[in-house]
Design a binder for this molecule. Structure first.
Ligand code: CP
Ligand code: NVA
Length: 308
């Protein structure tokens, strides 16, 4: 049985198998063919943080696969009152067929997974957001940007950046990360990514100059400057991120046909200008829709490998 905790846990071929499944199931869904790949299965969805896309896409996705999703907010379940993760894992794992968790520390997710008898999917932690990157990669394919792209990430060195590192390292493309001083990626995660990059041929570079990162890029991306759990740092962060907004002059430095990706929610006037956001809205909302399709690929793949 496999868990989906970070992209590092899978080979490039395995990730591409999930993407291929996502593409197949997306095409079927578009033709209103709902194949019950996971008939009568229940997906437990534990949320310790807010969500729009993750909740709606997983709940809709499992329903379209013939199963049902259970939305479990930590405010409502005993986990929020102190029941240990490992007990929650052992209880829920006896009742449902798969679990998705959105939580804080990656170690909490890992603890849950180590006690779980069913596959566990990372629906975002402080360290990673791997399901988002699967949707982003599917979107890059759909917009013709997956062949040796230069990807520029401008902004906070956070869970999204870490997952971009993993995607680039697995797929073997060029990723340039520009973060303000003091907001760099986690050095341990960087070390893992660079080790993987050495094997795949990915070129990953770091700096604090957004313009240098974006120059001639095929894909430009960013994320909020204030992630969930960092609300009390908002004022300081907004000051420290001056000059890091992806605006029209910055996008002009990228290739003329570059796309802009954003995992959402987006904060216009901070990490992205209204003008750039609206100019790239078609790609951004395709990316959001692809959460639904990419995650169906991941769930079906994990289901098919539950006896490995
Ligand atoms: N991108 C993303 O994960 O969105 P939600 O926080 O709304 O789930
Ligand atoms: N970095 C953001 C991503 C939200 C989808 C956060 O963790 O809040």
């Amino acid at each position: 049985m496999r868990h989906f905790l970070t992209l590092a846990d899978f080979s490039k071929d395995e990730l591409l198998e999930m993407i291929a499944l996502a593409q197949k199931i997306k095409a079927q869904t578009k033709q209103k063919k709902f194949v019950p790949y996971m008939e009568h299965q229940t997906l437990g969805m534990i949320f310790e943080k807010s969500s729009t896309r993750t909740r709606v896409s997983f709940e809709t996705g499992i329903y379209q696969l013939g199963g049902i999703g259970l939305f479990l907010s930590s405010n409502d379940i005993q986990l929020g009152r102190g029941e240990p993760m490992k007990d929650t894992a052992r209880v829920i794992g006896r009742m449902v067929d798969m679990v998705m968790i959105r939580t804080f520390e990656q170690s909490k997710l890992e603890e849950f997974a180590s006690y779980s008898k069913v596959p566990v999917i990372n629906g975002l932690t402080d360290s990673y957001h791997p399901v988002q990157l699967m949707a982003d990669y599917l979107t890059m394919i759909e917009f013709g940007k997956e062949k040796n792209p230069i990807v520029a990430y401008v902004g906070d060195g956070n869970n999204m950046t870490h997952s971009w590192l993993m995607l680039a390292a697995k797929m073997g493309f060029e990723l340039r990360v520009a973060t303000p001083k003091g907001y760099e990626c986690d050095p341990q995660i960087v070390a893992v990514a660079l080790e993987m990059a050495a094997l795949s041929g990915a070129k990953i570079t770091f700096g604090d100059d957004p313009k240098a990162a974006v120059k001639d890029a095929d894909v430009v991306t960013t994320d909020t400057w204030v992630s969930m759990g960092q609300e009390n740092e908002k004022e300081r962060r907004i000051k420290d991120f001056a000059g890091f907004m992806v605006d029209a002059p910055m996008m002009l430095l990228a290739k003329s046909d570059a796309i802009f990706l954003h995992c959402l929610p987006a904060y216009r006037g901070y990490e992205v200008s209204e003008e750039v956001f609206e100019a790239h809205a078609e790609v951004i909302f395709s990316e959001a829709e692809n959460r639904l399709h990419a995650q169906k690929g991941i769930m079906v793949w994990l289901d098919q490998h539950r006896n490995d």
